[in-house]
Design a protein around this ligand. Structure first.
Ligand SMILES: NC(=O)C1=CN([C@@H]2O[C@H](COP(=O)(O)OP(=O)(O)OC[C@H]3O[C@@H](n4cnc5c(N)ncnc54)[C@H](O)[C@@H]3O)[C@@H](O)[C@H]2O)C=CC1
Ligand SMILES: O=C(O)C(=O)COP(=O)(O)O
Length: 468
């Protein structure tokens, strides 16, 4: 199929047009997510147009990293061509595969760098079926009109519950006791095993996960302090501290819930371990770059840190198998030899509940973007949506024009649209990129073609799509 970005309508017959035009809006979609996400903010129109979308079979979708069945089903039900792989791909294979797809769905492992995205000539949208979007070059994507969606909090509870479990496991050395029993050793000890009641939990990054964790920890009798770059409302009796150092000096358990950013790289390193209380515990289920692992190994060997739980690593394997060795991370064997260290394979968000909720949420956002052009919930483009076209508007078309945010563009666009009846129009910008949607009524296929060509010829153009 010809590029969905290169949407060139032809007038000879409907089927041929369908090949070049994106789909009609289907207003029946609303996010089934129970969390009231941005997607649920649009009110469904009662007499919305439920057309069989044109040419959805031409939309090619590549899903990597074992995206949940619920999400796959939604995309297949649209008639899209869906290719599904359980693991991520090495860069050369990814580049081959990404060349002709319109939609790609990934999780935390797949790196969509500018180098990879440069090859993705047909790509219109990326779905991160997870929370983190650090694996995608968001700026490059925006500048090339590629929308990026994620699921901002569908797995937050799963991560918070895992951390609660780990706090108790570390305090009671449960991992070691269990391993010993598996090896046939009875080792009944109470030395340096603690209750968590009355202990202080220090949360670094008090966002969706940190805040959820705060409530759970307090309900088990812990005192909670947190450090965040933002001034945030403390839940329950939690208390915000002014500096990371203050948190490290006070907390018995420290847990990291910050995104991967240049500022959070190596945020917990040798200096920070020195500032911690003797015998404290560290948990990292955020990103592998946040904790300096060789420094952690030293701090555990010296006894400064009494236990740790790691769910994320600087280098993670592409799929399941026997990979957690020194080839992957040079300190792998040293890490594995430590006592009271829980190592998990990036499973913070890996629960049935989280994965199916994410599948539905992100697949729905992708479908709405492909079919209707709605960017509600996009992480790299301005959020723009128009109410759905209705059954009373059979010959309406929706213009989506992504353009450089420079002076004079709207005047030129409106000169082009001005010959038609513009029913509704909305535009917004984010940084260097602006997103315009306009519904125009009573347009013929020939006019759509002309509109498309005129918009494409503007120097401000990043991407034009015409949906009907
Ligand atoms: N292990 C796993 O499976 C999972 C890991 N994650 C990771 O957890 C991270 C956090 O997730 P959420 O709580 O949903 O994110 P969030 O965006 O809701 O919260 C992050 C918080 O960190 C704060 N922050 C940013 N930079 C900071 C800094 N330098 N110092 C202190 N605070 C800083 C922000 O202000 C914000 O309050 C995600 O970005 C993702 O990388 C998320 C889900 C699952
Ligand atoms: O949601 C996130 O950011 C996570 O880290 C979970 O990633 P995953 O979907 O398990 O690859």
């Amino acid at each position: 199929m010809t590029s969905a970005r290169d949407i060139r309508p032809r007038t000879d017959d409907l089927a041929a047009q369908a090949q070049y035009l994106s789909t009609s809006p289907s207003a029946s979609f609303h996010s089934p997510s129970s969390h009231g996400s941005a997607l649920t903010r649009t009110v469904p129109v009662v007499n919305a147009k439920h057309l069989k979308p044109f040419a959805t079979e031409d939309i090619k979708v590549l899903l990597l990293e074992n995206v949940n069945q619920a999400g796959r089903d939604i995309l297949k039900q649209q008639g899209y061509q869906v290719e599904f792989l359980k693991s991520s791909l090495p860069e050369d294979q990814l580049i081959e595969k990404i060349r002709d797809v319109h939609v790609i769905g990934i999780r935390s492992k797949t790196k969509l760098s500018a180098r990879v995205l440069k090859e993705a000539k047909n790509l219109i949208v990326i779905g991160c079926f997870c929370i983190g979007t650090n694996q995608v070059d968001l700026q490059y994507a925006a500048e090339h009109g590629i929308a990026v969606f994620n699921s901002p909090f569908s797995n937050s509870r799963s991560v918070a519950e895992l951390v609660i479990a780990e706090i108790i496991c570390l305090a009671r050395q449960l991992g070691d006791r269990s391993n010993e029993m598996h090896n046939g050793t009875w080792n009944k000890v109470s030395n340096k095993c603690w209750e968590i009641r009355g202990k202080t939990l220090g949360i670094v990054g008090y966002g969706h996960i940190g805040a959820q964790l705060s409530v759970l920890a307090e309900s088990m009798g812990m005192s909670v302090i947190f450090y965040d770059v933002l001034n945030l409302m403390a839940l329950g009796t939690a208390r915000q501290v002014n500096t990371l150092e203050e948190l490290l000096r006070e907390a018995d358990f420290i847990t990291c819930h910050v995104p991967e950013l240049p500022e959070t790289k190596g945020m917990i390193g040798q200096k920070q371990f020195e500032q911690m209380k003797a015998g404290s515990y560290l948990i990292n289920a955020s990103r592998g770059t946040v904790v300096d692992i060789p420094a952690l190994i030293e701090a555990m060997r010296s006894g400064k840190v009494a236990g740790a739980a790691l769910d994320v690593y600087p280098n993670e394997p592409a799929g399941n198998g026997d990979y957690f060795n020194n080839d992957l991370n040079s300190w792998g064997a040293d890490l594995r030899s430590l006592k009271n260290l829980i190592l998990t394979p990036h499973i913070g968000g890996s629960t049935e509940e989280a994965q199916s909720a994410i599948g539905v949420e992100v697949a729905t956002a992708l479908t709405r973007y492909v079919n209707e052009g709605s960017t509600l919930g996009a992480v790299n483009l301005p959020e723009v949506a128009l109410r759905s076209l209705t059954i009373d508007e059979p010959s309406h078309a929706r213009v989506v024009y992504i353009h450089k945010n420079i002076p004079g563009v709207l005047r030129k666009v409106n000169e082009i649209l001005g010959d038609h009846n513009v029913d509704k129009q909305m535009t917004d910008s984010r940084g260097d990129v602006a997103y315009l949607m306009a519904d125009i009524s009573d347009v013929s296929s020939t006019q759509i073609k002309e509109l498309y060509q005129s918009l494409e010829s503007l120097s401000s153009r990043i991407m034009t799509r015409i949906l009907y």
